[in-house]
Design a binder for this molecule. Structure first.
Ligand code: C2E
Ligand code: CA
Ligand code: CA
Length: 760
């Protein structure tokens, strides 16, 4: 229930209703009335005419009329036989005894059709109740016993007349106000009435009273009409919507005009508010866009046009509450739509990671971000209209696997959700299990894709949602880069973060001062037993952290965006070493590792070409080692780069063969010259027959494709011999030589050391 009340729809009803009851919306009503009264005004009826001692209802001067002058006007009026006469002017009684007597005589002559109008001395605020002290009611004898009507207007905060009572009780006697007296309509079921501001006060018929004073008038001119003898007197002007300040007689006439209408009721704010709200509600529930538009349009018509139209019938409706209702609803909806756009991924329509970070996370939940390998490649293959479907299909699988309803979708193949925080072992198994869901290829339209998924896990409950989502995201990217299934984001890594941040500078410093250096591990031709090559392996002896394993800091360099600089440095150093060995007549093959982060980069080929041109080295002496890796972002670009390097003359080697998931596919995609058997295989060939078979058939396959086979990680003589028997071409490993500084490699070469014996 409470939720319903907080929805924009109900808020748009309740808030204006509440504001209406507290009356704070009346300024809006008044602005609307004021601007509306400038258009569509109607003229005054000719049956009422004002005989004015000054310039009629728009006058502002002071004129208090003597009894003698007034008596002459009334005397002459009686000859015209008007329907009724209202004397609406202050009169100076008791200064001219003869004049006073003449006035009484003139009144009696006109009797019973003359009334005196007495105006309130002050303007009343909206809830003001007029009483005796607001009026100077003249003595009954002085006005010859003529009846008295009152004029009293309640005003808004800037003295605009807004309503008048039908009658006012003074010393036990009920006095009618002027408008009901003019129109003959008495109090219906409301105590007050509102004037019709569309009444054009400039069209009120009006004659100079002086004419009747001097007897200069046409007979019959006023016969049967209602005559108001008026002077501005001391009456303060009053605001009239659409007209600024006028004599209050204008409001009395507009009030009479309103009461003459068939209905003459003021219904307040609620009818428009409720009607408009019903239209808005129907519009918001409607699913068809056209109907929505029509219904919302009807709401606006209700608010802006209906009050003006019904005014013609005398029905006064306030619309400020309706305006606030529409503005509130429209405003909130626009804001919601904007938030929806910000918090949703456009292609899939799924909420995005921002939406997940924006909400407080439930207690006892882990944040998981999954990243789809080769996602951009998949999208590049798919027509654009299927991109959303692709994301939704992945989200559906993840939803099934995780048992959570809402999967959040970031750009670039990231999906996030929260998991119940199980014990770590269980959680990892659970995520490992979810990978099986992606064993079956994605089928989108007529396209089929094999893909792989990696997870980033954040278990740091207590940190804020945004930090946790970002941590899980970074971990997922790490998992993708390292090819691991799950990467865990631990709080200690936040401390590591500062070291990672400074890594950029540290690497540059390390390269300058020799903390970072290059080791070379020898490679031996198994058939001849001669040293035939070396692999360049990077080393870092950090002054405070000690030796840092390349596996660790290469990953960090990739993250810190320093991998390019590092790779080109290795390239230059390795070439220097190779050229130095060439100079002493030993031409050996030099192998260099190329990070998966770099293989798809646009600048790779031109940079390497520039280096070999400048260093004057034959690229065939250089072997580029690439690992099969699912973390290559743009696989087609990578394949193109590597093919180009091979065309230029570089030898290409597939590193760690047999560990990746798609090695065979890679072999098919990528023409290469060399295959490096991973050391995890090599170390088991003596003890595991299965591995031995795999190695044998891999060697045969490589040979069939015209490739050289290198076995790495040879740690003993028996393994070395076995590899020879299996047909392996080249060996590398601790048994044959540890990674060592170039000087030592050079010494060994000069000794023409023939470490391993020829295998027969
Ligand atoms: P990798 O390319 O597979 O390099 C071979 C690794 O095996 C080296 O570890 C080497 O020291 C080690 N190794 C050699 N013989 C044996 C053996 O008989 N037994 C055992 N257990 N290990 C042996 P290292 O130097 O720690 O390098 C680790 C990884 O770091 C390398 O694996 C390579 O992927 C990466 N790396 C090293 N230098 C560079 C570089 O300059 N650039 C890039 N991008 N990556 C590099
Ligand atoms: Ca390598
Ligand atoms: Ca390797």
């Amino acid at each position: 229930m409470l939720k319903k009340l907080r929805s924009p729809l109900y808020l748009a009803l309740l808030l204006p209703a509440l504001l209406t009851l507290t009356d704070v919306l009346s300024p809006i009503d008044h602005v609307y009335k004021n601007s509306r009264a400038k258009i569509g005004v109607h003229p005054a009826s000719p049956s009422t005419i004002v005989l004015s001692f000054d310039s009629g209802v728009q006058a502002s001067g002071k004129s208090i009329i003597s009894t003698r002058r007034l008596a002459r006007v009334l005397e002459n009026l009686s000859a015209q036989m008007p329907h009724r006469v209202f004397v609406d002017t202050p009169v100076k009684f008791g200064e001219d005894i003869e004049g006073d007597a003449a006035l009484v005589r003139a009144i009696h002559k006109l009797n019973p059709d003359v009334s005196f109008v007495v105006r309130s001395r002050k303007l009343g605020v909206p809830d003001y109740k007029f009483s005796a002290q607001d009026f100077d009611i003249p003595d009954n004898e002085k006005i010859g016993g003529a009846p008295v009507v009152l004029s009293a207007w309640n005003t808004n905060f800037i003295d605009y007349g807004i309503f008048s009572p039908f009658s006012i009780k003074i010393s036990g006697k009920q006095y009618s106000t002027l408008s009901p007296a003019l129109s003959g309509v008495n109090q219906i079921w409301q105590p007050s009435f509102v004037p019709d501001y569309l009444f054009d006060i400039k069209t009120v018929p009006h004659l100079k009273a002086e004419k009747f004073e001097g007897g200069d008038f046409t007979l019959g001119q006023l016969t049967g009409r209602t005559v108001i003898v008026n002077s501005a007197g001391v009456t303060a002007p009053i605001g009239f919507f659409g007209q600024r300040r006028v004599h209050p007689l204008a409001l009395d006439l507009a009030g009479a005009d309103a009461l003459d209408k068939p209905f003459a009721v003021a219904l307040g704010s609620f009818p428009i508010l409720i009607l408009a709200w019903l239209f808005i509600r129907a519009g918001s529930k409607s699913t068809r866009k056209r109907n929505k538009l029509i219904l919302h349009g009807l709401a606006l018509v209700t608010i802006l046009v209906v009050p003006a139209a019904l005014q013609v019938l005398g029905i006064t409706l306030d619309n400020a509450a309706g305006i606030v209702c529409a503005a509130l609803y429209g405003g909130i909806r626009l804001w919601q739509l904007r938030m929806r756009r910000v918090q949703h991924t456009s292609a899939s329509g799924l909420p995005n990671l921002l939406a997940l970070s924006a909400q407080p996370l439930d207690v006892g939940r882990d944040v998981v971000v999954a990243v789809i390998a080769r996602y951009e490649e998949i999208l590049a293959t798919l027509p654009k209209d299927l991109h959303g479907e692709c994301a939704r299909q992945i989200a559906r699988r993840l939803s099934v696997g995780s048992g959570t309803e809402t999967i959040f979708n970031g750009e670039g193949g990231h999906f996030a959700w929260t998991e119940e925080a199980r014990p770590l072992e269980m959680q990892l198994n659970h995520l490992e299990g979810m990978r099986a869901l992606f064993a079956a290829p994605l089928e989108i339209g007529q396209f089929t894709f094999d893909t792989n998924i990696h997870f980033g896990l954040d278990r740091n409950e207590g940190l804020d949602a945004l930090t946790r989502v970002n941590s899980a995201l970074a971990s997922a990217n790490d998992a993708l880069a390292s090819g691991r299934a799950v990467e865990l984001f631990e709080a200690e890594r936040l401390e590591e973060a500062s070291w990672e941040l400074s890594l950029h500078a540290s690497i540059d410093e390390g390269l300058r001062n020799g903390e970072i250096w290059l080791a070379f591990q020898s490679q031996w031709d198994i058939k001849t037993g001669l040293l035939c090559g070396a692999e360049a392996l990077i080393r870092w002896n950090h002054p405070t952290r000690g030796p840092i394993a390349p596996d660790a800091f290469i990953l960090q360099a990739e993250r810190a965006g320093r991998i390019d600089a590092l790779t080109y440095w290795v390239m230059e150093e390795a070439i220097t070493a190779a050229l130095a060995l060439n100079a002493i007549g030993r031409h050996i093959q030099m192998s260099i590792n190329l990070s998966a982060q770099m293989v798809d980069k646009a600048g790779l080929v031109p940079s390497l070409m520039e280096i070999i041109r400048r260093r004057q080295i034959n690229p065939t002496q250089l072997t580029i080692e690439v690992t099969e890796t699912s973390s290559v972002r743009n696989r087609p670009a990578a394949v193109q780069n590597l093919s180009q390097l091979r065309t230029i003359g570089f030898r290409l080697s597939i590193d760690d063969f047999g560990t990746g998931e798609a090695s065979l596919a890679y072999l098919a995609d990528l023409p290469s010259d060399e295959l490096k058997l991973d050391r995890r295989f090599v170390s088991r060939i003596l003890t595991h027959e299965r591995e031995r078979h795999i190695v044998r058939s891999t060697i045969d396959l490589a040979h069939a494709l015209g490739q050289t086979v290198v076995a790495e990680g040879i740690e003993d003589e028996a393994t070395y011999r076995m590899l020879g028997r299996l047909g392996c071409d080249v060996g590398q490993g601790y048994h044959l030589g540890r990674p060592q500084p170039i000087a030592e490699l050079r010494k060994n070469l000069l000794k023409r050391e023939q470490m391993p014996k020829r295998v027969v």
